[in-house]
Design a protein around this ligand. Structure first.
Ligand code: FMN
Length: 373
C-alpha cells in the first residue's frame, strides 16, 4: 500500500483498513468466501443477506451483461439462518478478529425478521448490521427500521434500493433510526432476451433480473449524492465500483466507504485490495494524503454554489500538444463544430460549438477541455 497515503476509514466506531469492502452477494455467500475477501485485501468484511428462512433462489440466477455488468435473481442466502449462526458467522468472525477487521452482517426484510435476527447477531459478536429494504413497500420502511433500532444497540445501516423512490426523502425519514446508509442495491427489475432462443437467462418468474456493475454506477453515485445531502451520517457507495478512480468518485459525491460485488464476482477476491491500492495511488499522484481530503468535494462545491457543470459560456478547447489527430471528437460532434482531418490536430469552430461536452469525454488523450469562450 502507498506509504504516504492513509487509506484507513473510521466510521461506526470501527476502523476499516481501507475503504473497499464486499457488498452482499455470492462473493460473501459463506464463511469460507468471506475469508477469501479478507485475504484479497478487503478493508472490512460483510456477509451475504440472511432472512427468517432460506431463499428459494431460482436457477439459473446470474448472467453477464456487457463487459462488466450482471443480471441476477439471487434474492438472499440460500443457506438457512441456523446454518449461518452455527457455522458461517463463526468462520467470518474468526477471520475478522484475525485480520483486525469489522464484520457487517446483512439482513432482511420484515420488521419481524429484523427484530428476531438483530439481537442474535449482536450476541454473536457481529459489529454492524446492514438491513435491506429491497423487497419492502414504502409504507413498511419506517416500521422495519424502528424494529431493528429497538432490538439492537450496535450500529445499523439502511441499504437503499433505487426502485423504492426518492432516496433523499427516504433517508430523511429513516435518519433518526439508523447510523448510516448504503446506496444502492441492484437496479430493476430488468429483462434480457436471448434472441436465438427467445428466452431469458434468468430462472425467475417472467425471467426478470436485477442489474449491477458498471452500468448502474452513475445511478449509484447520484443516489449517494442525494442521500449525503440530507444526512451527516456515513453513506456507503455501492454500484459499479471496479477501480480506484471509482472509489474517489463515490467519495467526492459524499461516500465514506464503498462496497463491491459484481467486480469481485467477475474478477475474483483480489479485486478489493487492488481497487484500494489504486485509490491510494490516485490520491498520491494528486497530492492528497488521505481520503478525508477528497470526501464530499463535489457535494461541497454544490453546497457553496460553485460551478460543477458545463455551461453555454464555455466552448471545447484543444490542448494542441496532447492531440493525436485520432478524429474521435469529430466523429461524435453532433454540431459539426470540431474537425480533425487525418494527421492534423483538431480545430474547434467556436461559433458552432454547442458546449455539450461530449468531445471532452470521448478524447482518449485528454486533449480537450471546456474553457470560457
Ligand atoms: C448475484 C448478486 C447477488 C446479490 N445478493 C444480494 C443480497 O443478498 N443482498 C443485498 O443486499 N444485495 C445483494 N446484491 C446487490 C449487491 O450487494 C450490490 O448492491 C449491487 O450489485 C451493486 O453493486 P455492484 O455493482 O458492485 O455489484 C446482489 C448482487 C448480485 C450481482
Amino acid at each position: 500500500m502507498n506509504a504516504t497515503v492513509d487509506l484507513s476509514v473510521e466510521i461506526f466506531n470501527h476502523t476499516f483498513r481501507n475503504p473497499v469492502i464486499p457488498a452482499a452477494g455470492p462473493n460473501v455467500g459463506s464463511g469460507a468466501m468471506i475469508r477469501k475477501t479478507a485475504e484479497g485485501g478487503a478493508g472490512g468484511l460483510l456477509a451475504k443477506t440472511i432472512s427468517g428462512v432460506a431463499a428459494p433462489v431460482p436457477h439459473p440466477n446470474m448472467a453477464r451483461y456487457g463487459k462488466d455488468s450482471l443480471l441476477n435473481t439471487e434474492l438472499w442466502s440460500e443457506l438457512p439462518p441456523e446454518r449461518w449462526f452455527e457455522r458461517e458467522y463463526g468462520i467470518a468472525l474468526a477471520t475478522a478478529r484475525e485480520y483486525g477487521l469489522p464484520l457487517i452482517a446483512s439482513i432482511g426484510y420484515t420488521a419481524e425478521d429484523l427484530a428476531a435476527l438483530g439481537p442474535r447477531l449482536e450476541q454473536a459478536g457481529i459489529d454492524i448490521i446492514e438491513f435491506s429494504i429491497h423487497y419492502l413497500d414504502s409504507e413498511r420502511l419506517l416500521e422495519t427500521a424502528r424494529a431493528l433500532r429497538n432490538a439492537v444497540s450496535i450500529p445499523i445501516v439502511a441499504k437503499l434500493s433505487s426502485h423504492a423512490g426518492d432516496l433523499g426523502e427516504i433517508a430523511r425519514i429513516l435518519d433518526p433510526y439508523v447510523d448510516g446508509f448504503a446506496c444502492i442495491n441492484s437496479f430493476g427489475p430488468t429483462l434480457m432476451i436471448d434472441i436465438e432462443h427467445a428466452s431469458s437467462p434468468m430462472g425467475s418468474e417472467h425471467g426478470y433480473g436485477w442489474l449491477s456493475g458498471s452500468v448502474i454506477k452513475p445511478l449509484a453515485v447520484r443516489s449517494v449524492f442525494e442521500v449525503a445531502r440530507v444526512t451527516d451520517k456515513p453513506v456507503i457507495g455501492v454500484g459499479g465500483v471496479s477501480s480506484g478512480e471509482d472509489v474517489i468518485e463515490f467519495f467526492m459525491a459524499g461516500a465514506s466507504l464503498v462496497e463491491v460485488c459484481t467486480a469481485a464476482i467477475l474478477k475474483g477476491p483480489h479485486i478489493y485490495g487492488k481497487i484500494a491500492e489504486e485509490a491510494g495511488q490516485w490520491l498520491a499522484a494528486h497530492g492528497y494524503h488521505s481520503l478525508d481530503e477528497v470526501k464530499g468535494l463535489y457535494l461541497k462545491k454544490f453546497r457553496e454554489g460553485q460551478p460543477v457543470v458545463t455551461t453555454l459560456e464555455l466552448t471545447a478547447f484543444v490542448k494542441e500538444e496532447m492531440c493525436k489527430a485520432c478524429g474521435q471528437c469529430e466523429k461524435v460532434c453532433q454540431f459539426d463544430a470540431i474537425h480533425a482531418p487525418l494527421k492534423q490536430i483538431a480545430r474547434v469552430e467556436v461559433n458552432k460549438c454547442a458546449a455539450c461536452g461530449l468531445c471532452v469525454s470521448v478524447c482518449p488523450f485528454d486533449a480537450l477541455e471546456m474553457r470560457p469562450r
